[in-house]
Design a binder for this molecule. Structure first.
Ligand SMILES: N[C@@H](CCC(=O)N[C@@H](CS)C(=O)NCC(=O)O)C(=O)O
Length: 205
């Protein structure tokens, strides 16, 4: 049995969608970060980094979307969510790493400036380049990471659940998805998948 700790409309959507896609036996436990629940002692025991998602497994807790996605894919081989060759796996890892370490961080400067500075003026200043940086990231995705119809071509793999977040970050940053046709087509295809829709409903989206 797995337990996913998530916040609504957060990056935990990616791990949540993949759990649903593979038909995992899991429970979803909401941590309302807007109310500071991620800083409570009970959650810090699960993830001392005070972030969601976190996935409790029989072997211990896994944090970080790329690691959770890989674990879920690897433990549900019947769902074929891991690309077959070492090179393709590395390509999928590269996409997940870019989403986690570059695009999500670029977006986080909009709402989470306090991670980088305590100065309210500097926090405002950090917001200025968010749209441009997120747009640059979207162009990288469009140019290098979407073979179509899914990120790795055909079939759907673990990184598609994560790529679903990019248009959501773009919308919140004010970046127009229609300027990125492959990304837009990917998003539309994601919105037709029952697993995506089921998880969105849980997140109130
Ligand atoms: N690199 C982490 C990022 C996790 C993360 O930043 N999650 C956000 C929600 S999208 C969070 O928990 N924020 C709480 C906070 O910053 O206080 C991952 O991909 O799992």
């Amino acid at each position: 049995m797995l337990t996913l700790y998530y916040a609504k409309d957060s990056s935990a959507l990616a791990s949540h969608i993949l759990l649903e896609e593979v038909g995992a036996d899991y429970a979803a436990h909401e941590i309302p970060i807007a109310h500071g629940a991620h800083h409570e002692a009970s959650f810090l025991k699960i993830n001392p980094k005070a972030r969601v998602p976190a996935l409790a497994t029989p072997n211990g807790v896994i944090t970080e979307n790329p690691a959770i996605l890989t674990y879920v894919a690897a433990t549900h081989p019947q769902a074929h969510m891991l690309p077959e060759t070492p090179f393709e796996r590395a390509e999928a890892d590269a996409l997940n790493a870019f989403l986690c370490a570059t695009m999500h961080v670029a977006f986080a400067h909009k709402l989470r400036g306090s991670r980088w500075t305590d100065d309210p003026e500097a926090q405002e200043a950090l917001k200025v380049k968010v749209a441009a940086n997120v747009a640059d990231c979207a162009q990288v995705l469009e140019t290098h990471h979407i073979k179509g119809p899914w990120a790795m071509g055909d079939p759907y793999t673990l990184c598609d659940a994560y790529l679903f977040l990019a248009p959501r970050w773009m919308a919140k940053a004010g970046v127009d998805l229609s300027d990125y046709p492959k990304l837009e087509a990917h998003h539309e295809a994601m919105l037709k998948r029952p697993a995506t829709l089921a998880v969105m409903a849980v997140h109130g989206l």
